[in-house]
Ligand binder design. Structure first.
Ligand code: HEM
Length: 185
């Protein structure tokens, strides 16, 4: 606690949760479908493998993740003629030269037709908000398990499912270095 009585926790984990605000707490007193506490009081979190805590993910994504190592499916992206049509030659050239997609500005444009092609455990993309993320590396770190992600988010828009379970989770922070580009529905 800081001397003014406010919580000064600035740990890697706390940065991954959205700060309390009227938009994610007060106006939504009871989150419909919230899984956190089920009948009998148990949570439906899964047991994560050793080395797969939120803290481990934070370290991985903020260190090695910065090189683009967490992102899969770039070859597929580069070989899609439709992707070439709607993206700038500069952006595609940068990708070809190994620049991680999260560093490309303006962001790459990704269509639904392309998104659908990344729907497996070894190449898994999803949309959250209007952003496309690669969640391949995150699957084993997800406290709700990889199966639920593969079922409700792989190769599709997972926003509604995400919001149903945990709208307080700051996915933009969690997946900062797994960002692919902007979703063009
Ligand atoms: C792809 C981005 C996602 C990220 C970064 C993410 C992150 C997280 C985090 C941090 C937790 C722990 C929450 C807490 O302790 O309060 C969690 C739990 C969970 N998530 Fe996700 N999640 C994602 C997507 C999804 C989706 C799409 C679903 C549903 C279809 C889902 C279902 C769950 C479930 C069921 C739990 C366990 C909740 C509990 O009982 O406490 N997640 N997730």
């Amino acid at each position: 606690m800081a001397s003014n009585g406010q919580n000064s926790d600035n740990s890697a984990f706390s940065r991954l949760m959205k700060p309390f605000s009227s938009s994610n707490t007060m106006s939504t007193p009871a989150q419909a479908g919230c899984s956190t506490l089920r009948g009998g009081g148990y949570r439906n979190k899964v047991a994560l493998k050793p080395g797969h805590s939120a803290m481990d993910w934070s370290v991985l994504s903020n260190n090695k993740g910065k090189t683009g190592i967490l992102i899969t499916g770039i070859k597929k992206l580069l070989s899609d003629p439709e992707v070439a049509k709607i993206n700038s030659p500069q952006a595609l050239m940068a990708l070809q030269h190994g620049v991680p997609s999260f560093k490309i500005y303006p962001p790459l444009k990704i269509t639904m037709a392309h998104l659908k092609q990344h729907n497996t455990a070894d190449d898994c993309w999803c949309v959250l908000g209007n952003k496309v993320y690669c969640i391949t590396a995150y699957l084993d770190f997800h406290p709700g398990g990889s199966d639920i992600l593969l079922k409700s988010a792989a190769g599709k828009d997972g926003t509604a499912a995400f919001e149903r379970y945990h709208r307080w989770v700051n996915y933009e922070r969690f997946l900062e270095t797994s960002y692919i580009g902007r979703f063009i529905p």
